[in-house]
Design a protein around this ligand. Structure first.
Ligand SMILES: [Zn+2]
Length: 411
């Protein structure tokens, strides 16, 4: 069961009831869930978690919603894959891929939406909505269909075709906006003030964001209740990165990890939308909003809501941040596919290319146990790689044609 005291302002610490609200009335800071950690410590154990379902609901005691109202498509407990061939190419030692392409709608967004949609049902909302760069759209539409809620999903009109089809198929309303994500987000904030809808990443955001912590919970459990030395996480709003760090710390706080986590957290951005990486490189505290221009559309948030918190987390843990070019993104996607058999979307290419960059600079070290978060499936962004890969040969259906096309030495 949930062990929630209420909501608390991340800036001034003022406390609120656990309602569908997201901003502090006093300082306009973001609200987050405040837990009763003593109650969680008393309620949960490694054994009890291991006996739970093979989904993120095995961590229900650490989540802000009752699992008996869960909108559950089977999200979470995705594979943590040892990536020795990738590690060898990059001159690293122990590298693991957390493969979140394996969620119901093929991205990590199913984690946050599971929590937000369950909470929305508990609050009695009849309509689910979101501002999305694509993956969230997929997930909200699917979960709303499963829960029997109406849905309005707002996306930039120039989104990848794959992400529009895989949202619209669930039968909700898909609203394509002539503008970028930041424009979409602004409109949704206005709509959230007018309609009594559950905007998963607006008025449900304090609950929604908690879903990302399950990536840390699973990683620790899958490593035998240990913490990695270094994690590499893509940055869009910055929420995922900060929540993964928070997840490891909470496990220690409730007694599920013996040692206090001392992991380094590094962030990955695409150069065409890299406000956090730019601030990190300039050693500045100011995140300057940018107009996104990158093939990594799922990370294309020019004004990241949690950018400052992500930057602070990277600095305080001794991590780093890098921004990679679109060419490097494609190379990163192909490298991961070629070495590990995992097809990631462009955001995964950003993350792998960043790992490669940080490894070559000696920031990610061969003596570290590294976990890399792959957040979405490559089938969603086929246009990124389709110009670069195709049939090795196209031939007539005869042995002669085959032998003409391939050097017999290599067969
Ligand atoms: Zn406040």
């Amino acid at each position: 069961m949930a062990h929630v005291n209420g909501l608390r302002c991340r800036e001034c610490g003022r406390e609120y009831a656990a309602d569908p609200i997201y901003t502090c009335e006093w300082c306009f800071g973001p609200l987050e869930v405040a837990y009763d950690y003593d109650a969680i410590r008393a309620a949960t154990s490694r054994e009890q978690i291991a006996a739970g379902p093979a989904t993120l609901w095995r961590y229900a005691d650490l989540l802000p919603v009752e699992s008996d109202v869960a909108v559950d498509l089977g999200t979470g407990f995705t594979p943590l894959v040892r990536a020795d061939r990738l590690a060898a190419e990059l001159g690293l030692g122990e590298v693991w891929i957390k493969n979140d392409t394996r969620n119901p709608t093929n991205s990590f967004k199913d984690r946050v939406v599971s929590i937000a949609m369950s909470k929305a049902l508990q609050f009695g909302f009849k309509v689910a909505a979101c501002a999305s760069t694509g993956n969230l759209a997929n997930s909200v539409a699917a979960h709303a269909a499963h829960a029997g809620l109406r849905s309005y999903v707002f996306i930039p009109a120039d989104l990848e075709a794959g992400k529009i089809v895989t949202t619209a198929v669930y039968g909700g309303n898909v609203v394509a906006i002539n503008g970028n994500y930041d424009d979409v987000n602004r409109l949704c904030a206005e709509l959230a003030g007018i309609y009594e809808w559950a905007f998963v990443n607006v008025n449900m955001r304090p609950y929604y964001a908690e879903g990302s912590k399950t990536l840390a919970f699973e990683t620790a459990e899958q490593l035998g209740w240990q913490t990695p030395d270094h994690v590499v996480v893509p940055i869009a709003s910055g929420s995922l990165l900060t929540k993964i760090h928070k997840g490891f710390k909470e496990l220690h706080q409730v007694g599920l990890l013996d040692e206090e986590p001392a992991l380094r957290v590094s962030g990955a951005q695409a150069l065409g939308c890299s406000p956090v990486a730019a601030a990190w490189l300039e050693e500045s505290d100011t995140i300057r909003p940018v107009k996104p221009s990158t093939i990594a559309k799922s990370l294309a948030i020019g004004n990241p809501a949690d950018g400052y918190f992500a930057l602070d987390c990277i600095r305080s843990t001794g991590g780093a941040c890098a921004a990679v070019t679109d060419d490097e993104v494609v190379e990163g996607m192909r490298l991961l596919a070629r070495t590990e058999g995992i097809f990631a979307e462009t955001a995964g290419g950003v993350t792998v290319a960043t790992l490669q960059r940080l490894a070559s600079e000696g920031v990610v070290r061969p003596d570290e146990r590294v976990v890399v978060y792959i957040t979405g499936h490559g089938l969603k962004t086929l246009e990124a790689v389709s110009p670069h890969v195709g049939p090795t040969a196209t031939i007539a259906p005869t042995l002669d044609a085959f032998h003409d096309a391939f050097d017999s030495e290599e067969l």
